[in-house]
Design a binder for this molecule. Structure first.
Ligand SMILES: C[S@@+](CC[C@H](N)C(=O)[O-])C[C@H]1O[C@@H](n2cnc3c(N)ncnc32)[C@H](O)[C@@H]1O
Length: 270
């Protein structure tokens, strides 16, 4: 079976073209919230898990030219795209969020900020281990910040289209993880790891495709792991759903424009 790194690598270039804009908007909201709690400055040392193609990493570097940034991800293909951004002076490592980061050379208790942007829903059911790792890397007073989707409407046309074609179709409850559905779900993992001052804020983001046709093409063929997973719910060939998928995205989602809701969840290491 393909590893998470292999699955995300397969669609990395298309991800960067179609998804990194909206995830970057989410990363910007996260950075703004975290900066209010513990401002990024020249002495900051930032750990970013699941950095992917670097949408948030680039924004972090823009926030401060000098702070140390360590960006990690298990997908070599995603990191290849990240490197193309040519972000100055960052350390990039291929590490999975549940690995022992210290044994991979990172220093426990050394980071001022530990962040990830739209990652932990893909680490379920082992997200607690990833949160514990972030706790271990942070210094006392360090801040954790993660984003997650709380309304990922971009997967909905698939459910609607499949149901239109087959009244017995059972909808996929979420394109992403049901175990981390609302900010409070992640807050519980933070508290279990030992974080305090834990809270969440929701933001609305617009996920725009150039057209409904472009959306359907991306959904079916870009090898984005949550979309690939959704397609296994259809009894036949996913391609057979395409025309209906286009129609739904055009008529019910303003020609491929999705209002999405995310939560930024933050906490402090005592
Ligand atoms: C939706 S993408 C987000 C990428 C980037 N943070 C962004 O905002 O565009 C999810 C990322 O999580 C990474 N990922 C998946 N499983 C992971 C795991 N077990 N540990 C760490 N990262 C993982 C993927 O490789 C991918 O880069």
């Amino acid at each position: 079976m393909a590893t998470a790194g292999e699955k995300w690598s397969a669609g990395a270039t298309k991800y960067d073209h179609r998804v990194a804009k909206v995830t970057g908007d989410g990363g910007e909201a996260l950075i703004k919230l975290v900066d209010k709690i513990k401002p990024f400055d020249n002495n900051s040392k930032v750990f970013e898990a699941g950095a992917g193609t670097g949408a948030t990493t680039e924004l972090l570097r823009k926030k401060n030219d000098h702070m140390a940034i360590v960006a990690v991800d298990p997908a070599a293909g995603m990191l290849e795209q990240l490197k193309k951004r040519d972000i100055k002076n960052i350390e990039v490592l291929q590490i999975e969020a549940t690995e022992d980061h210290v044994s991979r050379g990172l220093q426990a208790g050394s980071f001022s900020h530990a962040l990830s942007n739209f990652v932990l829903q893909f680490v379920v059911p082992r997200a607690q281990i990833a949160v514990n790792e972030m706790f271990n890397l942070l210094q006392s007073g360090g801040i954790i910040g993660n984003t997650m989707w709380t309304n990922a409407s971009v997967g909905e046309p698939w459910n609607i289209a499949c149901k239109n074609l087959d009244p017995n179709f059972e909808r996929v409850t979420s394109a992403f993880s049901d175990a981390l559905r609302v900010g409070e779900d992640l807050e519980r993992l933070y508290k279990a790891a030992g974080f305090v001052d834990v809270h969440s804020e929701e933001f609305e983001l617009l996920f725009k495709f150039p057209s409904a046709e472009d959306y359907a093409e991306y959904f079916l063929h870009a090898q984005n792991p949550p979309f690939v997973a959704m397609q296994s719910s259809w009894k036949g060939k996913p391609e057979d759903v395409k025309d209906e998928l286009v129609r739904v995205a055009k008529e019910q989602y303003n020609d491929g424009k999705f209002k999405m809701v995310m939560a930024s969840v933050v906490g402090r290491k005592p």
